[in-house]
Design a protein around this ligand. Structure first.
Ligand code: GDP
Ligand code: IMO
Ligand code: MG
Length: 422
């Protein structure tokens, strides 16, 4: 059975956790392929709210979860997440690719130091060391999961990297690294011993599962416009959240994926800095933030909020090849008298129905909006036809502009607050 991918179509936090959990009911395997614990995916089951940063949120349902080579792993966070699952009696069947890179304390420090160097032009990272860990991977100086679980190799690697990082942090950035090389080695060696049981060739196992007809889901982290190449650079993350990232992040061929689900939040949000053409900074924005509880799952920062952006979504469609859409948080728009949707951008006398491709054009562009009648939901809607007409129109408009069916409409964080559209 070809695989299914869950992709954030905007700037992250679209509700990937909820949708992964929802569809995860039928998944045999759920796989993370990029990013690290910068992600924050929420799953609500009854009274329980679980937040996953590193483990696939599909773990609540799937039989077996995987962390692929393209992920950067902070073993301190992995330990905490595994402990949280143990507390609720959840059995974990996990495989981690030996090629995945490891986040060390110096990466966190470098992340913060780089941000301070940017002065007034911070990226607004999550501070989790993600960028520096990916940078070391590209420099070919990174330490991988296969090193973490091998005492001798770990010692050699830490002893080699530590003096360089200490010099960099202290001499260039003026930041003190408080742990000694031995302390870091000891802490990570303990973690490595604990995690030795999880090592396995994720590329091989996932390919075999796909070939034998298993249902495999790939859980994207972040969102399309945080992609290192195609996002709003430099205000992006350091990995490739778009659907093409699955192939390189897991080690598989692109033709093994047939279902690509784009998660679209019914409005737009972004955490951190960077352009956001439909941003609402006044009272309507504040209302939307409060109603949607738009506060970062990882850092707790208030999320910036704005109207839905069709050119952005059409670009996302092009970059990912969505075969269907899951529309989330429609309930948050309930009660607004009027809704606005960006339908085009213009600059230098030309109109575009795609998101501008260069940062300069984004800065210069004007946004054209279309106004929609608002709607009020009762909370009892179970089918598409139960939704008020104006809500149906809003949904149909998105569907028409994106050119693919909306197969799921989410009206709340819980599994039961979900409409499947025929
Ligand atoms: P992710 O990073 O894409 O997994 O999204 P987050 O978990 O960071 O943020 C989405 C938030 O919205 C979480 O608190 C979810 O529980 C919540 N959520 C998901 N779907 C819905 C929905 O349809 N309506 C409402 N009101 N909340 C939702
Ligand atoms: P999920 O998976 C929203 C943002 C940060 C910052 C930029 C770079 O929950 O959707 P990084 O720490 O990755 O170097 O920060 O990317 N960012 C996210 N925004 N959701 C996320 O993940 C994000 N992960 C990173 O806020 O702007
Ligand atoms: Mg999130």
């Amino acid at each position: 059975m070809p695989g299914t991918v869950i992709i954030g179509s905007q700037w992250g936090d679209e509700g990937k956790g909820k949708v992964t959990d929802f569809y995860g009911e039928t998944a045999d395997l759920v796989v993370r392929y990029q990013g690290g614990n910068n992600a924050g995916h929420t799953v609500v089951v009854g009274d329980r709210k679980m937040k996953f940063h590193l483990l696939p949120s599909g773990i609540m349902r799937a039989k077996h979860v995987f962390i692929g080579a393209g992920v950067v792993i902070d073993p301190r966070v992995l330990k905490k997440e595994l402990e949280n699952l143990e507390k609720i009696g959840k059995e974990v069947h996990l495989t981690i690719d030996p090629r995945a890179h490891i986040i060390f304390p110096w990466h966190n420090l470098e992340d913060g130091a780089q941000e301070n160097e940017h002065g007034g032009e911070k990226i607004g990272t999550t501070g989790r060391g993600i960028g520096p860990a990916y940078a070391d991977k590209c420099y070919r100086t990174g330490i991988r999961f296969e090193d973490l679980i091998n005492e001798k190799r770990l010692k050699q690697k830490v002893e080699k990297v530590y003096p360089f990082k200490k010099k960099l942090l202290e001499k260039t950035f003026g930041v003190k690294i408080k742990e000694t090389a031995d302390e870091i080695f000891n802490q990570y060696n303990e973690l490595g011993k604990e995690f030795l049981q999880y090592v396995g060739d994720v590329s091989l196992e996932v390919n075999e599962a796909l070939d034998s007809g298993k249902n495999v889901m790939f859980e994207g982290a972040q969102g399309t416009f945080l992609d290192n190449d195609f996002g709003t650079y430099p205000y992006v993350t350091s990995s490739h959240p778009i659907s093409g990232g699955v192939a390189t992040g897991v080690g598989m061929a692109i033709n093994k994926i047939s279902r690509i689900i784009g998660i679209v939040k019914a409005y737009t949000t972004r955490v951190g800095e960077g352009p956001f053409p439909t941003e609402l900074t006044g009272r309507v924005g504040d209302d939307l933030r409060e109603k949607g509880q738009e506060y970062g799952t990882t850092t707790g920062r208030p999320r910036r909020v704005g109207w839905l952006d069709i050119p952005l979504l059409r670009t996302s469609m092009r970059l990912n090849g969505f075969t269907e859409i899951a529309l989330t948080k429609l309930d948050v728009l309930s009660g607004f008298e009027k809704l606005k949707v960006a339908i085009s951008y213009s600059h230098s006398g030309k109109t575009f129905d795609y998101f501008p491709y260069s940062m300069r054009s984004v800065e210069k562009a004007q946004v054209q909006y279309r106004e929609f009648e608002g709607f009020t939901l009762s909370g009892k809607e179970k089918k598409f036809k139960d939704l008020p007409k104006s809500a149906q129109n809003y949904i149909k408009f998105i569907e028409e502009k994106m050119g693919v069916p909306i197969k799921l409409v989410s009206l709340g964080p819980e599994r039961s607050q979900t409409i499947l559209v025929d």
